[in-house]
Design a protein around this ligand. Structure first.
Ligand code: F6R
Length: 265
């Protein structure tokens, strides 16, 4: 629902669905089951069929990865899955406790059976002079995989998607970016303090994200309520990168009650 000039809710863009769930757990289970269906669908299409997933890090998807690990224990195979993560800090060692590489291993890769060469995360340890090449290679591997079929996203408190901060171009591709002060503050916990958070990151661009065939945005908690409202009801603008998702043809917005609390009923 988008707000009409009189404040009445009007429908979301066609191809978009809003899913409200009472709890963060219910929202995570909903997203995990959606991902599982995509994996099973592609496994069933033809021998060697592959599900290409875009993945996110941060607090938001942890419940989704827990549920995917549980589904794997129950028999869901990830043998036909290839994954591309949105972003990674730069510079950062692969095994740094707060690196997204490490996060993905702990939260998902070490708990399911995605083949080793099929898990891609931008490499925050490449030297500065090699970033451009690395970013171009990352884009090329997404293309080689046939493109991302389902992209999972969280939303930053300032509306960023991936690490595309406000003002990032709609057509942007994978590249090095400077992190906003708010983003570094929001992520200080993992590093001990804000000054220890890297100043930069390597992120898929908004253009890369919008190329995904379908997108699932997950938002959890009161602290996301205002930015969810701005993304869904405010102007579509590069100042609120998540609002640009409204130009995509197939987006599921999955919200727990707190994240949905600033939206009209
Ligand atoms: C993470 C990412 C970011 C996060 C966003 C929300 O890969 O790209 O856009 O999704 O910063 O972070 P959390 O989930 O920690 O609130």
């Amino acid at each position: 629902m988008r707000e009409s000039p009189k404040g009445r809710p009007t429908p979301l863009p066609s191809g978009h669905r809003l899913h409200r769930r009472a709890t963060a757990h219910a929202a995570a289970v909903f997203v995990a089951e959606h991902i599982a269906r995509v994996i099973e669908h592609h496994a069933g299409l033809r021998a060697g069929g592959r599900a290409v997933l875009g993945l996110a890090t941060g607090k938001t998807p942890i419940g989704v990865y827990d549920e995917l690990a549980r589904l794997h224990e129950g028999g869901l195979s990830f043998a036909n899955v290839e994954t591309f993560n949105l972003d990674e800090y730069w510079p950062i060692a692969l095994d740094h406790p707060a690196s997204f590489h490490r996060f993905m291993h702990e939260q998902l890769f070490d708990r399911v059976d995605i083949p080793r060469g099929m898990r891609h995360v931008p490499n925050g340890s490449v030297p500065e002079g090699a970033i451009e090449r690395h970013a171009a290679d990352y884009e090329a591997s997404i293309t080689r995989a046939g493109g991302v079929q389902l992209q999972l996203l969280g939303i930053g408190g300032n509306g960023h998607i991936g690490f595309n901060e406000p003002g990032s171009p709609r057509s942007g591709r994978t590249r090095r970016v400077t992190l906003a002060a708010q983003t570094r503050a929001d992520n200080a916990g993992a590093f001990g303090d804000q000054d220890a958070v890297p100043t930069h990151a390597i992120t898929m661009g908004i253009g890369t994200i919008l190329d995904a065939r379908a997108i699932v945005v997950l938002a959890i908690g009161k602290r996301k309520a205002d930015i969810v409202r701005a993304a869904l009801l405010g102007p579509i603008t590069e100042d609120v990168p998540a609002s640009l998702l409204r130009t995509h043809r197939a987006v599921h917005w999955v919200l727990d009650a707190d994240a949905a609390s600033a939206l009209p009923q």
